[in-house]
Design a protein. Structure first.
Length: 122
């Protein structure tokens, strides 16, 4: 299984290197369309190789998906915590009841007879 994991990551690395080599051309990213940039008098832009833009876009998408899924699963996590608290409470109650029933009270003859070891008569 460990070898399969290494093979998978090696294939991913080769694909990423190939994408990087195939997309080395510089591209300019503008934060605003030209019409707005002319209107406000600012034009924030940056020139990067295309593969960096692609990798940043994929990384931003993965991060956005991770946050979205974490928020979506919030009710399930709340329910799991509530169930864990309930299970812990019930286990404590069972342990307390077992400790009480394991030692019969003095003067309770019926429980003493029921808890006493059975005698085999021949």
């Amino acid at each position: 299984m460990k070898t399969l994991k290494y093979v998978f990551w090696a294939i991913v690395a080769v694909v990423l290197i190939l994408v990087g080599l195939a997309n080395r051309d510089a591209t300019t990213l503008q934060a605003m369309p030209t019409a707005f940039a002319d209107l406000f008098g600012i034009s924030p832009q940056v020139t990067l190789p295309l593969f960096i833009v692609i990798f940043l876009a994929v990384g931003a998408g993965l991060l956005l998906g991770l946050v979205w899924e974490w928020i979506r699963e919030y009710p399930e996590r709340v329910e799991a915590r509530a169930r864990a608290r309930e299970i812990a409470r019930l286990r404590a109650e069972v342990a307390q009841l077992r400790s009480v029933s394991a030692s019969p009270k003095k003067g309770d003859d019926v429980l003493a007879l029921l808890d006493a070891p059975k005698r085999h008569t021949a």
